[in-house]
Design a protein. Structure first.
Lengths: 436, 108
C-alpha cells in the first residue's frame, strides 16, 4: 500500500489534467458494472460463465496524459502465448471530458524481451496490449517496439461488427501517418482461458494519438500501463517470471522472424547495407584450423531509415553435435557478439536487399562441412542480391577445395581497406532480434 | 617398435588437435551464471567462448542486480583430461577451463 501511495504521488501531473481519484473511479466502476451486469451475462454469442473480476482497489494507481486521466489496477489471471504464460492484465478506467470508460488491458510482452529484461516497463516495452471492454469483447490493441507504437490490433471481421459500436464510443481516432502496413493473423489465450484470434497490423512510424498510446508528452511518466504498476508485490502487477521460453535451451533462431523486422522500415528513403564478417581460424594465416577452431563467416543486414536502424547478423550452422556436424540439417544462429577479424560491406538497393532477405529467410535445409558450410551460405546469399564476394575458395586438405572462412578472410585482406573492407576486426554489436 | 607406437600416438594427438577433427569431436562447452538466467552453449564456428564472454558482459550490463550478487561466469561442462583432442585448447585457450564449475540445471 505504501508503495502504491508513493506511485500516486509521483504520477501526479502538473498540467491541466488532474489525476482520476480512486474514490471516483471505484464509485463509478461499481455503479457501471451493476448497471451492465445483466448485459455482460447475457451475451447471445457467449456461453461462457465468466468469473467476476476480483478487484483489489488498494492497488489502484492513477496518471494522466495530455488528453485524459486514467487509473489502473492489476488483475489476477495470466495470459498464454504459444503455450507460455508470460502475460498479465489490468483494469483501466479512463476519464476524458467528464466521461468515464472502463477497459480490461491484456498485456502480452514479447517473450525474449521479457527474458532479457526480467520485467516489462513502458519505456522500452516490446509486445502487445489488447483493449477489451468489460464484457470481454476485444476492441483494439497496439503493438509496441521499444516503447513506441509500431502497429495496431483489431478483432477479426466476425467479431468486429459486435465491437463497432464500442469502438466508436471510446473516442479514440487512429491517425496513421504511414500506410506501409501488413495485416497478420495470430492468437493467444486470454486470462479467461479463451483463445483470442486477432489480426495485427505492423506499421512503422505510424503516429497514433489516442491519449493512451502516447509514450511522450509532459505526463508520459504516468503512462506506465505496461509496466510495474503499484509495485505492491502482487502477482499481476508485473509480468510473471519466465521459466520456459521457446528456445531457452536452444539457440537456433527463426530467420523469418529476424528478417521480417526489415519490413517495418519503408524501402523508399532507406539505406541498406550488407556486411560479411569473417572469423579466421588463424587470423592472418592461411590455416584451416587455429585458435578460432575452423573459423566462421556471418552475414549482416542493415536497413536505416530516418535515423532508425535495424541490423541482423546471423550465421549458418549444422544442427548436430560431434561428427554428425559433417553433414546435418541446418540451423540459423544469432551472431550478436561475434568476434571477427575481417569484414567487408556493400551498399545495396532495396530490390537486391529484399532478395537477400528472402534467401536468408529460407536457408538451405542441409549443412555440409565441405560442400555447403557457413561461408557457402553467405556467399550464395550475397550472390542472390547481386554481390560477388572476393574468392572464398581454398584448399581444404586431402585434395579437396571449397569455400571456407580462411580463404574468404585472406581474399578480403587482399582487397585491403579499399572497397569497404575492414581488416582490423572487431565485435558484432547487438542484433535487433526477432519480430512477430 | 616402442618408437613407432610413440610416434603414432603423437601423430594422432597432433591430427586430433590441429585439424578440423577437433571441431567434430568437441561435445560443446556450456556456461551459465549463478542463478541460471544466463545460458550459453558453444556451437563452434564463431559461436564460441569469445561470444559467450561478450554476451555475458551485455547480460551483466542489463542485469546490474545479478552483477552485484555474483558476476562470475560458470562452466557447466566437466574437464575431461583424457579428451586428448582438447589438449591444444586446454593449453592455449585455457580460460574456459579455468572458470568455476556449476552443474547444469535439469528441468523437471
Amino acid at each position: 500500500m505504501t508503495s502504491c501511495k508513493k506511485d500516486i504521488d509521483q504520477q501526479t501531473p502538473d498540467d491541466s489534467f488532474s489525476i482520476l481519484p480512486r474514490e471516483e473511479a471505484q464509485t463509478w466502476f461499481e455503479k457501471y458494472t451493476a448497471n451492465n451486469d445483466g448485459a455482460s451475462r447475457n451475451m447471445a454469442d457467449d456461453n461462457l460463465t465468466r468469473k467476476p473480476l476480483n478487484i483489489d482497489w488498494g492497488r489502484y494507481t492513477s496518471a494522466a496524459t495530455n488528453e485524459l486521466s486514467y487509473g489502473l489496477i492489476a488483475l489476477e489471471g495470466k495470459l498464454k502465448s504459444h503455450g507460455y504464460a508470460i502475460g498479465y492484465r489490468k483494469l483501466l478506467i479512463t476519464k476524458k471530458e467528464g466521461d468515464l470508460h472502463a477497459y480490461i488491458l491484456e498485456i502480452l510482452p514479447d517473450a525474449l524481451y521479457l527474458q532479457r529484461k526480467g520485467s516489462a516497463t513502458r519505456k522500452d516495452f516490446y509486445g502487445r496490449i489488447f483493449f477489451y471492454d468489460t464484457n470481454y469483447h476485444l476492441i483494439k490493441g497496439y503493438i509496441y517496439i521499444n516503447g513506441q507504437v509500431s502497429g495496431e490490433i483489431k478483432p477479426l471481421e466476425s467479431d468486429r461488427k459486435e465491437s463497432k459500436a464500442k469502438n466508436q464510443s471510446i473516442g479514440i481516432a487512429l491517425t496513421p501517418v504511414q500506410e506501409i502496413c501488413s495485416w497478420n493473423e495470430d492468437n493467444y489465450v486470454n486470462a479467461d482461458g479463451e483463445v483470442v484470434v486477432f489480426a495485427s497490423r505492423q506499421c512503422t512510424y505510424s503516429v497514433i494519438s489516442d491519449g493512451l498510446s502516447d509514450a511522450g508528452g509532459p505526463s508520459g511518466s504516468g503512462g506506465d500501463y505496461a509496466g510495474g504498476g503499484g509495485g505492491s508485490g502482487g502477482s499481476s502487477d508485473s509480468a510473471p517470471p519466465v521459466a520456459d521460453l521457446p528456445g531457452e535451451n536452444n539457440s537456433r533462431i527463426d530467420p523469418k522472424a529476424y528478417m521480417s523486422c526489415f519490413g517495418s522500415l519503408p524501402d523508399i528513403g532507406s539505406k541498406m547495407t550488407i556486411t560479411v564478417y569473417v572469423q579466421e581460424p588463424a587470423p592472418g594465416l592461411p590455416f584451416n584450423v587455429g585458435t578460432n577452431s575452423v573459423g566462421h563467416t556471418a552475414i549482416g543486414l542493415t536497413k536505416t531509415y530516418n535515423g532508425q536502424s535495424i541490423t541482423q547478423v546471423i550465421g549458418f550452422y549444422p544442427d548436430a553435435t560431434g561428427k554428425a556436424k559433417m553433414h546435418a540439417p541446418s540451423k540459423i544462429l544469432d551472431n550478436s557478439g561475434l568476434s571477427y577479424n575481417v569484414s567487408i560491406s556493400y551498399p545495396i538497393i532495396a530490390s537486391e536487399f529484399s532478395k537477400i532477405v528472402n534467401f536468408v529467410s529460407n536457408p538451405p535445409d542441409t549443412y555440409d562441412l565441405t560442400q555447403y558450410n557457413c561461408t557457402s551460405f553467405v556467399y550464395n546469399a550475397c550472390l542472390a542480391g547481386g554481390i560477388k564476394l572476393p574468392d572464398p575458395n581454398g584448399n581444404m586438405g586431402l585434395g579437396m577445395t571449397g569455400m571456407m572462412p580462411s580463404a574468404l578472410g585472406n581474399s578480403i585482406r587482399s582487397v585491403g581497406n579499399a572497397g569497404n573492407a575492414n581488416v582490423n576486426g572487431g565485435t558484432v554489436g547487438k542484433n535487433h532480434g526477432p519480430c512477430n | 617398435m616402442k618408437k613407432l607406437i610413440l610416434l603414432t600416438a603423437i601423430g594422432i594427438v597432433l591430427i586430433a588437435n590441429f585439424t578440423p577433427i577437433s571441431y567434430l569431436l568437441d561435445e560443446g562447452y556450456a556456461y551459465t551464471n549463478y542463478n541460471g538466467k544466463f545460458k550459453f552453449k558453444e556451437e563452434g564456428s564463431g559461436h564460441d567462448f569469445k561470444m559467450a564472454k561478450t554476451l555475458y558482459k551485455w547480460y551483466l550490463e542489463s542485469h546490474p542486480d545479478d552483477a552485484k550478487i555474483d558476476p562470475k561466469l560458470y562452466r557447466t561442462f566437466k574437464i575431461k583430461l583424457w579428451h586428448f583432442w582438447e589438449w591444444r585448447a586446454m593449453i592455449f585457450d585455457k580460460e574456459r577451463y579455468q572458470l568455476p564449475y556449476r552443474p547444469p540445471q535439469v528441468k523437471k
